[in-house]
Design a protein around this ligand. Structure first.
Ligand SMILES: [Zn+2]
Length: 310
């Protein structure tokens, strides 16, 4: 009896988790079989499967194109079921826009289902360097959800900085501009529809995070090149679908503020505490979610990188 109860409880728990996962990502139709899956803007949590980011789903007669594969095998299965609800078709191609865990750690699951994983060579190089550490650090929060997750960068990565892909009759461009949130981050650009899947180049509604792997100075250059495409709609890496003006206000202007501000202090070797102290108030951005948690660290890391380059 006790065993039966335990099994029942386990099954109920799994159902509750999956039901919760079903409501995690909000689908937004962008027209013509193109969808954004918008995740929560907080941190990586067990309850959100590490899917605190956005994804893309594109329908084609030959199968589904999924943009980014989630932070684990468990997350990949959720993305698979959400994308099937939208297109009714299996995922045939997965395109990676970047290197952060939630962009690509689901690759192994999709590859095992027969999907082709597509990424630029420079993206896979950084993925290969960081993958093992990303899985170890995610396991602390996501626990059993990371079981079976292995780093699986694209087996046949694409050379160069820009590739035009024709998949199921759709034309997409995979473009790299400069090292950004991570070295090797890229965007997916739909030239006909003028829709940009910006990956971790653009955050709105919440503050972006400048990590030890990030290069804020070249990220700003990459941001400028991405919006120079003049997209009519942007699916940012984090936050709601937006236009160029909002991306500029909440990502571009913030990067310019941090890079421009810290540069002056770094040139004078003023010290990181002086830079952080002088820049800790940033009223133009303090309404953005996660500001209190991230802003000082963003200034700190940008200053140290710029000072080291002096
Ligand atoms: Zn991200």
């Amino acid at each position: 009896m006790k065993k039966t109860c335990q099994a029942l409880f386990g099954a109920l728990l799994l159902c509750a988790q999956l039901a919760h996962g079903e409501n995690l990502l909000k689908a937004e139709a962008l027209g013509d079989g193109i969808f954004a899956l918008i995740g929560p803007t907080g941190g990586r949590l067990h309850e959100n499967y590490g899917l605190n980011a956005n994804y893309g789903v594109i329908d084609t007669p030959d199968g589904t194109i999924l943009i980014d594969s989630g932070a684990s095998t468990a997350a990949a299965k959720l993305l698979e079921s959400e994308s099937r609800k939208l297109t009714g078709k299996p995922v045939k191609w997965v395109i990676n826009t970047g290197v952060q865990d939630h962009r690509w750690l689901g690759n192994g699951y999709f590859a095992a289902q027969g999907a082709q994983i597509i990424a630029l060579q420079r993206t896979t190089t950084t993925q290969a360097r960081l993958g093992k550490g990303q899985i170890e650090s995610l396991a602390r929060e996501l626990k059993e959800q990371m079981n079976g997750t292995v780093p699986a960068p694209a087996a046949q990565p694409l050379a160069g900085n820009a590739q035009t892909l024709t998949l199921g009759g759709r034309t997409l461009e995979l473009r790299y501009f400069a090292d950004a949130h991570f070295a090797g981050d890229a965007v997916v650009w739909l030239p006909k529809e003028k829709i940009l899947f910006a990956g971790d180049h653009i955050y709105v509604d919440r503050l972006l995070g400048i990590l030890p792997e990030s290069n804020a100075e070249t990220w700003l250059q990459a941001f400028r090149q991405a919006i120079a495409l003049q997209p009519t709609r942007i699916v940012p890496g984090h936050g709601r679908v937006c236009d160029v003006a909002q991306a500029q206000r909440e990502s571009g202007d913030y990067l310019a503020f941090v890079v421009g501000g810290t540069k002056k202090f770094a040139e004078d070797m003023a010290g990181v505490d002086t830079a952080v102290g002088a820049m800790k108030n940033a009223p133009a951005f303090s309404h953005l979610r996660n500001f209190d948690d991230l802003h000082r660290g963003n200034v700190n890391r940008t200053y140290l990188r710029l000072e080291a380059a002096q």
